[in-house]
Design a protein around this ligand. Structure first.
Ligand code: SF4
Length: 333
């Protein structure tokens, strides 16, 4: 076992920037960093973050395009069939509504717009409908990064979305392969990996991360972080569990702000050139320490999540600037 105090942080940063994967004992020491040394870990992580992303932070906006209709049983999710959470329930929104959502995202300064559907996976008519939305949105905003999160997806479906202008597909691994059966029984971790491979084969960028604070242990967090690296994920969202009333994980409160920050550092150090993103639960779990996340992450969701509220784009912008970072703006012209 290596203690954080024994790490040579300069050497660790140099190794990461040289493309070397952190040894697992080093990664574990990062996760076990004593709270009083966290400032040193954040400063080291910032050096890695700055090489690929400077001090830029990309704003992203989610659109819950189909809400509360899912046959799966993901225990953290308010939209699953086993959730009793009181949330809006509606079928796939019209193409007009999805295009309007893109306009609102752009007006809020978002560089990426992600349309999310609660479903096991899309039917042919869903792909057709969402492709029509992508085509219209890209015609209006060629520079807006378009992402979809539609559950399990075949290669052919990914090909169709790519042809319509989608750039990214989100499909989170969520946790380690080992812990996965504890949070979902209706599909497997391997099913999720298969979708990621289909997405990549179609030439789309992959977005896949996870949720911490669900009862997993540090080995599960390490496994997940290594999986994102070894699968070469392009964009890695980190969610900090918001235990929604009515879900099986209601009442689970395992995270501290310091733990969230250590997790963010771990993901950055293992993914030095991928986007690492602060996603759901940052407000609840980090409170007034959210700005410290930007030492590790280069992207953040604003204006809330699928069924939970979050900090709006104005207040998030203030947070970014107060922390000495800058919002990534649209390309000039
Ligand atoms: S597949 Fe997606 S929408 Fe369905 S229960 Fe799981 S996380 Fe929720």
């Amino acid at each position: 076992m290596i203690r954080f105090e024994d790490l040579d942080l300069e050497r660790m940063v140099a190794d990461v920037l040289a493309g070397r994967e952190l040894d697992r004992p080093v990664a574990r020491a990062v996760l076990n960093c004593p709270d009083e040394r966290l400032g040193e870990l954040l400063a080291a992580t910032l050096k890695v973050r700055e090489v690929a992303f400077g001090r830029r932070v990309k704003l992203c906006i989610l659109r819950n395009a189909q809400s509360g209709i899912c046959a799966e049983d993901c225990h953290y999710c308010s939209q699953s069939r086993i959730s009793a959470a009181e949330i809006p329930v509606y079928r796939l929104q019209s193409v007009d509504a999805l295009v309007e959502g893109a306009r609102q995202a752009v007006a809020s300064g978002a560089r990426r717009y992600c349309m999310v559907c609660s479903m096991r996976g899309p039917a042919a008519r869903d792909i057709e409908h969402l492709s029509a939305a992508c085509t219209r949105i890209k015609a209006e905003y060629p520079d807006l990064e378009l992402c979809l999160s539609l559950g399990l997806m075949s290669r052919e479906q990914a090909d169709t979305l790519k042809a319509a202008g989608a750039g990214w597909i989100n499909h989170n691994l969520n946790t380690s392969r080992r812990f996965y059966p504890k949070i979902c029984t209706t599909h497997s971790w391997d099913d999720r990996v298969a979708t990621i491979e289909n997405v990549r084969a179609a030439g789309l960028a992959t977005c896949s991360g996870g949720i911490v604070g669900m009862g997993e242990d540090d080995d599960d967090i390490l496994d997940l972080a290594y999986a994102t690296r070894r699968l070469g994920i392009d964009s890695v969202p980190i969610n900090f569990l918001n235990p929604i009333a009515g879900t099986p994980l209601a009442g689970t409160h395992e995270l501290t702000p310091a733990k969230c920050l250590k997790v963010a550092c771990l993901f950055r150090l293992l993914n030095p050139r991928s986007e690492v993103r602060a996603a759901g639960g940052r407000e609840l779990n980090l409170g007034d320490r959210q700005a410290e996340l930007f030492n590790a992450v280069n992207s953040v969701f604003v204006n809330g999540y699928l069924t939970t509220p979050g900090l709006d784009h104005r207040r998030t912008r203030e947070l970014i600037e107060r922390g000495g970072f800058e919002v990534e703006e649209w390309p000039a012209g």
